[in-house]
Structure formats: C-alpha cells, structure tokens
Design a protein. Structure first.
Lengths: 490, 466
C-alpha cells in the first residue's frame, strides 16, 4: 500500500502540487438485523481505494479511485492536481496551513474479541433471542434488532513525510419495540435509539449490553406508554438521561464548535454557528459546573471519535471546549487553525472513506462527570420530568434554537418518580439551556455514547462521533412544545 | 488477473470527466459472477453492478474551497442456497475477489434458519426505456464548474454579499442480472447548483437539479438568491402561532418527502405507517393527488427495482383519498396483490417504497398566492425536519434562508425564523392553492415533482434569534 501512496504523492509533486496527502483505505462491514423474529438484513461489504488531496496554485483538489494499479493511482493524482488548478481560478486566498510534524507510526484500536471472528450463528441467535423476548409482551406490534461491525485499515502518507497506518474496529447493536394502538404509535429502544450503542470495541461491547434482559423491559414500557399521561406543556425542571444528553451535546455544542462552520464554509448546507470568533474566552456558554472537552485520545475512552491520528496526519488531542462554563475553543484543522491564528490544528479532520475528502468532524465531545449520585439527584428534585432515549431532534442552522423529543418521560414529585409520561419533548436556546444546568451525575453514571450517523459535507459523509455524558438536571426549561395541542387536549 | 477484470476506459491526462463502462462491460461482470456462482453450487444468484463518476465543486466566502471527484464500481452479490439468502458486496472485480464475495454471501446465508417464505428470483422482464443520460452534463469539466462559480461569486462581491454553495455534476449507472436470465441496465447524468447568498445578518438560497445541466442557469439562481438575501436583511420578530403560509416547492418537497415510506405495503404490515386504518378514507384535501411515476419527464431513476422488476406507475392518492400502496414481490405475496416494482435489494426488512413521487399541481403562481394573502408568511426553505409523531405525522423543523411576511397581498418585511410542529396530514387538508408541479430539490428529501402550496393555519411553535 505504501508504494501506491508514494507513487501518487510523487505524481502529484511532478504535476505541480506544493502539498499532498493520500489515504488508501480498506473498509469491511457486517450488518445483521431481525424483524418480528425473522432475519432481515444479512450482508457484508468491503471497499478498498485511494483518495488524494493536493494543493496546487494555492487551492485544493481531491480525486479518488478504486483502480489500485500504478497507472490508476497516477491518473488519480493527475486528476487531483488538475482539479486544484481549476479551484485556483476561483480561489479567495492561497491556502496556508498551520505547521505539523511528520509522523511514522502504526496503531491499532484495542479490542478483546474480533467481531468478524465470532460465529454468525452466535450473533444472530442473540438478536433472535432479544427479538423473541420483546414479542412475548402483548401489545407489541413490531420488534427490530440490529448489529453492525466495521473494520478499517488506513494507510496515510503526506508530502511532509508522514507514514501512518491505523486499524480500527467498531461494534454496535440495538433493539426496538414498537406498538400501534388506537391512533398512536409508541416505541422504546435499548440501549439507545437509532441503531443502539456503538463504540471502538470488539464483540465484548455486545456481550456487555445484555440485550435479552433489557428486551422485556423496553417492550413492557412501550405498551404501557399508550396508557400513560401526556407530557404537559409548561416550564419545568428537566433531568436528561445520559444518551439523550449525549445527543444534546452533539447538536448544541459539538456542531457549533466546528471551525469550518464558524468560518462560513458550511453556510450553504450544514449551516454556520453562533460561536463567532469574538466569543472565545468571552462567552458564558454554560453554568459553572459544566466542563466539555473534545478528546480523541484512547485514555478518554473507546469512542467512535477515538483514534491515534486524524486523517490529516495530526495526533489525537484533548481540547478544552467549555471550562467551568466558559467557552474556550473550537474543533479545527491545519487550514482553519492557521486562519484564526492558532499554532496547531486540534486534529479533527476525518473522512468517511477513501472516496471522500477529510473535513472537520467531532471526535469525542463529552461533558465531564459531576458530583451527583443519580438517586440523590432524583431525591433532590421536588417537581420535574426525567426524559430518556431520543425520539426526534432538530436545531436551527446557527445552532441557537433546538427541540428534542424522547421516547419516555417520568414525572418526578417530591423526590420520587411518580408516573410515566408519553410524548415528552423540550426546547430552548442553546446557551440559556446550558446555563440552567445545576447538577451533573458522577463518573459512575457516565457513558461514552456512540453516535454512528452524523451527516455533514457535500458529498454527504456519515461519521461516528462519541459523546460522554451522565444524567444531568436543568432548571426552568420549556417542556412539551412539540405536542402542545395534544397537551391542551385538542 | 482473470477475464472478469474490469476494463474501464482510461482517464485523460487532464481533468476531463471519466467515461463510464459500457453496458456490455457491466454484463460481462455479471455473467462472469453468475458462472462463478454456478461453479460453486449456488442455487440462485443475483448480481448488481453500480458505477459512479461524480464531481462536486464547493464554494464559500466567495471562492472555491473544496473540489472533489470520485470514480468507483461495486459488485453486490446475493446468493440463495437451501432456502437461505444473504448479500455480500465488493469493489474488487478480479476473479478471486468475486469468488470470495460469493463465498462470503453463502457463509452469511448458511448461518440463519431456513426462510420458508423466500421467493425464487424473478425471470426475464420487459422494461420501458428512459433516456436520462445527457452528454452535455457528462462533458462538464472542473474548469466549467469553476467558471460558473466565479461568476456567481463575482455577483456576490458586486452586491456586497458572501456566496456559498455547490456545483455538482456526475454520471451513474446500475445493472442487475440473475441466474434466471433477468438483466436490466440503466444510466443517468445529474447536475446540481445550489447557492446561499449572505448579507448580514441574513441569507437566502436557490437551488436546481436536473439530469441536463442546460436546464438551469447558475447565474440566474445566484441573482435570485442575491435579491432575496437583500430583502431579508432586517428580519422582524413575529409571535409564534398559526399562520397562512406560502411554501415554495423546496419547502413543500422537504415536508411531503417524509410521507414516502408510509405508502409501502410493508410499512402497513408492520403497523408503522400513518396510513394504517386510513386507506380509502378522505385523509387529505380533495385537491391532493399523488402518484409514483418513474417515467415522469421530470423524474430521475432506474425503471426497475432492487430485484429487477419493472417499476409501475401507481396512483397513491386520488383527490385526497389514499387508495394504493407500492409492493415488493414479498409484500405482494403476503397481501395477495401484484408487485409494483418498488422493492429494495434483498435481503432487507423495509420491503419497498415509492421513490418517484409526483404531486398533481395547480395553476396558481407564487405571485398570485402572495396577492391573494391578507396576512401570511412566504417560506423559501425548511431545515432539519424530523418526525415527532409517526401516526399523526407531526414534523418539526425550522424555516431558513428567507422567511417573509406577506400583508395585504404584498411582501412587507422579512421575518425571524420559526420552529414549526405541524401535522402533514392536517397540512394536506389545508391547502388552498397549488402552483404548477416542478422538479423540486431541497436538503431533506430526494428530488420529487411537487407544486408550491398556499396552506392555512400552519403551526409555528417558537421563534429563534435570527
């Protein structure tokens, strides 16, 4: 693979590139699903190819190919340089990047059980068992389960001399029970909705989640939701479960801190950000107890945003995003770091595959644990609503105003969970919401959640990101707007 | 390297667009795979070959900042052995890789229980020809795209604005063949220009998409976005509530696009469609008729489905009454209906979906809709739309890039963006006027043929800060 990398770099140089980096990637994936006790999807795929990014005439060009021959990669490099020269005819300024060292390294994400070596029969049997447990509950009308495994090798080389090989293995799984009754569809998922939990781990992740035991619990909750009270519309104290808070972090912290958005590069599609450059060290983003980091290092955990080097050859780092409530920094790459006067990229350039350009992506953007025990948090809440497991999410294109709904809610009165609520939702303005946080649970309740489906870029790229969170409490939040008319009995 | 290795035409030494393989070459890959599978004792085999050659020029801050091209070919193989099926996909087409992929599919299939309802693969089919491969689109170069982008950015600079957007062009083709003699192939081109013009503190947007790059004028789109961005510079904060709205086609598309899977027979079998218990009833207004029509002149897409069955035109909603669904072979068998050619590639748990929705339009222009409105809002585009309630089909999302207050038949001012929580069912009961149906393109749904709509009592629940 290194020969192909070096051949393409050399071709680009000869054609006039002043900088180039290349990725040869081999990606393997296995997908298993069941529905109503039968196997649904049973598929595997592999893809191998090369993508080269070049600077020529002060502008970028990128081309990719699956023709991994000497001739194929040379032509790909030639095409990338020609594209860069076309870009140069409509450039704003010459691209300049923050300095970075060359690295020669090889890294493999640690795991105990290679999911591709576990017998398929074992994997399917687990899903069918969980599926069966959900179907045993009367009133459940649809049961779904899924497992997904990925293994990727990336050989990265750049014209500054880096040669980095990384192998990453990720696993994920989830189960869902759905119930249609009367004029209502209710759903419960475990361990999270929209694909479950995913991490940079092997099959040990699947075994740790105890799908079968939890299947009956969510199935019963799903059916019970039909008889639950409607979540009211009002201002209320809100406690968010860890997975929902993970998505809240993703949408209202992770995306606004992407420096490409801040600098207008995503204005046509993903949008911009309220976090303009003057806000660094000046904006009170959150209450004093809130600390958020973007940490791609393994010591932070086995997240979907964990790696040793980003796809621009920059080592994994931990960047302070919110420190004691104060906004501190962005996710950057070498180009945007230089544009705002930083010495170095924060190492967040990531690509979906060999045929996509690396762009700034979240790594593991996590809320650090607080001091609260979960039971104490509930006991100290006189009147509030606990919301768990995301059902819908939406936020404006500058990341101010958001609305989330969750699968289930619990009314809390006098320090106790007193009854189930259906169709819970909450909404607000990002900084007002985070400044209302008055309690964060401790490390015992902290999970590094994996979001496997973050979309960004044109052409669209789907990326996995990590979000560490523990249940937390927020005061005076607008509850129930999504179902305001149902709440009013219309 | 075996005789099955792909022989794609070489790239030119410049950045000229890639030439796709011809149909004979795709057929050769399929035939070679079928022969290999037969030699391995596979009972039935289906092969999909997909090839993509796409390019996309992206601009922001009045200059190109990303500019990419990709070329790839994948072979996806489904095997059937002793009543079990599975799929494996590769982008390597040498004989060893194809054999390994077939063996991979067999190994996956062998891991599961027998499926007594698995249908035999379909035999040869007849297809209606569609011509959606436009040479002038396939011939577009990076220099062509850069030139168009430069003109758009020059316009922005001239007006003191900041432009961002994309100009994308590309070619795709797909072929499917199986061991019962079925073979189908399709190719198309596509071109897309999207532009956001920013004039602080606001922005506006225009976008077009067509198989034929000559069907839109990038400069005119830039001019429209520029003019609307200027109109949007001083947005007024209005109270949340119910408003009459005039939804431009992109806004309509991104909402009604969320209805497409509800028309899948499998979705009804699974009881997750909003049409459960509602088929044959007057669900929408009498001015709403919806078809799925892959042959409509403004549509794109293959005239066959994931199993190679020819797509049929299906009348989904007749004057507000949902009357038909789309069926894969499997869901058709379960419900004793005929398949309509809308199945996804097997195996899958979703069944099928209409992918070429066409709404009947009306005769009202946007100007007429505005002129007939005493107080309402003109919506350019919607953003981040998600389903809040799957049965009432309540959707949430934001307005974006140009929301304007209409008073006494005229646009009076720009308005700050709203969040909406709106039932699509209720919305399609409340359509007062329809524009001509056009090929609309947005960001949430795939392209469809929909009209602009004037809708009463659209529910905006909260306002944002810009």
């Amino acid at each position: 693979m290194w020969d192909l990398c070096i051949r393409s770099l050399e071709t680009a140089r000869l054609r006039g590139a002043t900088y180039a980096d290349v990725r040869v990637m081999h990606q393997r994936q296995r997908d298993l699903t069941t529905k109503n006790g039968k196997v649904g999807t049973l598929a595997q795929s592999e893809s191998i190819g090369l993508g080269i990014r070049v600077l020529a005439g002060g502008a970028w060009g990128f081309a990719s190919t699956d023709r991994l021959t000497r001739e194929g990669v040379e032509r790909c490099a030639i095409q990338a340089v020609a594209i860069a020269k076309a870009s140069a005819s409509a450039k704003r300024n010459d691209v300049v990047m923050a300095d970075e060292q060359p690295y020669i390294d090889s890294w493999q994400s640690p795991f105990r059980k290679d999911p591709f070596e576990i017998p398929l029969e074992t994997q399917l049997a687990l899903l069918l068992d969980a599926d069966g447990e959900m179907r045993r509950v009367k009133g459940v009308t649809l049961t779904e389960t899924d497992m997904q495994f990925r293994k990727s090798d990336c050989w990265f080389a750049s014209s500054i001399g880096s040669r980095i090989h990384q192998r990453k293995v990720t696993s994920g799984c989830g189960i869902v029970a759905t119930s249609f009754k009367g004029e209502e569809i209710q759903k419960r998922s475990y361990p999270n909705s929209f694909g479950g939990q995913h991490a940079l781990l092997g099959y040990e992740l699947i075994e740790s989640l105890d799908l079968v035991k939890n299947a009956a619990i969510i199935a019963e909750e799903c059916v019970a939701l039909h008889s639950a009270a409607q979540c009211p519309e009002k201002k209320s104290t809100l406690i968010l479960g860890g997975s929902q808070l993970g998505l809240q972090i993703h949408e209202s912290v992770g995306h606004p801190i992407e420096l490409d958005r801040v600098l207008g590069e995503e204005a046509n599609f993903a949008g911009t950000s309220f976090l303009t450059l003057d806000q660094v060290n000046n904006l009170k983003y959150a209450s004093d107890i809130v600390n958020v980091v973007a940490d791609a290092r393994l010591e932070h955990g086995h997240g979907l945003g964990t790696f040793a080097y980003d796809d621009e050859g920059v080592p994994a780092q931990c960047t302070k995003i919110i420190e004691d409530g104060q906004f501190r920094g962005y996710l950057s790459n070498r180009e945007t770091a230089r544009l705002i006067g930083l010495d170095r990229s924060s190492g967040t350039m990531r690509t979906e595959g060999w045929n996509r350009l690396p762009i700034i992506r979240m790594t593991n953007v996590s809320l650090l644990p607080g001091n609260w025990n979960f039971d104490d948090l509930i006991e100290s809440t006189d009147d509030g609503i606990l919301m768990e497991t995301n059902r819908s999410w939406s936020i404006d294109d500058r990341r101010y105003q958001f609305q989330f709904s969750t699968e289930i809610g619990w009314e809390i009165k006098g320090g106790k969970k007193v009854r189930m609520l259906k169709n819970p939702s909450y909404s607000g303005i990002t900084t007002e919401f985070w400044n209302s946080c008055d309690a964060i649970c401790n490390a015992d309740h902290w999970t590094l959640w994996g979001t496997p489906n973050c979309g960004k870029g044109q052409p669209m790229q789907t990326m996995g990101t990590g979000h560490g969170a523990s249940p937390s409490r927020f005061r005076n939040i607008h509850i129930g707007a999504a179902f305001s008319e149902q709440a009013a009995g219309k | 390297m075996s005789s099955t290795s792909k022989k794609r035409p070489a790239l030119s030494k410049s950045a000229s667009p890639v030439q796709l393989s011809n149909e004979r070459e795709l057929r050769k890959i399929i035939d070679a795979t079928l022969r290999l599978a037969k030699s391995l004792g596979v009972e039935e085999t289906e092969v999909h070959v997909d090839e993509v050659a796409d390019a996309l020029t992206r601009f922001a801050n009045n200059g190109i900042h990303q500019n990419v091209a990709e070329h790839g070919l994948t072979v996806s193989i489904r095997t059937v052995y002793e009543g079990r099926t599975a799929r494996a996909t590769t982008n390597r087409v040498d004989e060893d890789s194809l054999r390994a992929t077939i063996e991979g599919a067999l190994s996956l299939a062998a891991s599961q229980p027998k499926n007594p309802s698995l249908l035999p693969m379909p035999g040869r089919q007849k297809y209606r020809r569609v011509n959606r491969f436009i040479k002038s689109t396939a011939a577009i170069t990076p220099d062509d795209r850069a030139q168009a982008v430069r003109r758009a950015c020059d316009l922005a600079v001239k007006h003191g604005q900041v432009a961002a957007g994309i100009f994308a062009t590309g070619q795709n083709q797909t072929a499917v063949g199986n061991s019962r003699g079925l073979f189908a192939a399709y190719r198309d081109t596509h071109a897309e220009f999207s532009i956001t013009m920013q004039e602080k503190p606001s922005a506006s947007w225009a976008k077009a998409n067509s198989p034929d790059v000559r069907n839109f004028d990038a400069q005119k789109l830039a001019a429209r976005a520029s003019e609307k961005a200027h109109l949007a510079v001083a947005p007024k904060e209005l109270p949340a509530g119910r408003y009459t709205v005039i939804l431009e086609p992109a806004a309509v598309l991104d909402l009604v696009g969320f209805l497409f899977y509800d028309f899948a027979a499998t979705a009804l079998q699974d009881k997750r469609s909003c049409l459960n218990e509602r088929l044959g009833k007057q669900l929408f207004g009498k001015n709403i008729s919806i078809y799925d029509d892959a042959y409509h002149p403004l549509q794109l897409g293959a005239p066959f489905d994931g199993e190679g069955l020819p797509r049929q035109k299906v009348h989904l909603v007749d004057r507000g009454v949902p009357k038909n669904l789309v069926y894969s072979r499997n869901s058709a068998k379960v419900t004793k209906k005929s398949p309509t050619g809308h199945g996804f590639m097997l195996p899958n748990e979703y069944g099928e979906a209409p992918m070429n929705l066409v709404f009947d339009g009306g005769n009202s222009s946007l100007e007429e809709m505005i002129a007939s409105t005493d107080r309402g809002l003109l919506v350019t585009r919607l953003w981040y739309i998600r389903e809040v309630d799957p049965y009432e089909k309540i959707m949430t999302g934001m307005t974006r890039d140009g929301l304007f207050l209409v008073e006494k038949g005229k646009v009076s001012t720009a308005a700050r963006n709203f969040r909406f929580n709106q039932s699509l069912i209720e919305m399609l009961r409340s359509v007062e006027l329809l524009g001509p149906a056009v090929r609309a393109t947005g960001e949430e749904a795939f392209e469809m043929v929909v009209p602009a709509m004037k809708v009463r009592d659209f529910h905006f629940s909260e306002v944002t800060k810009f």
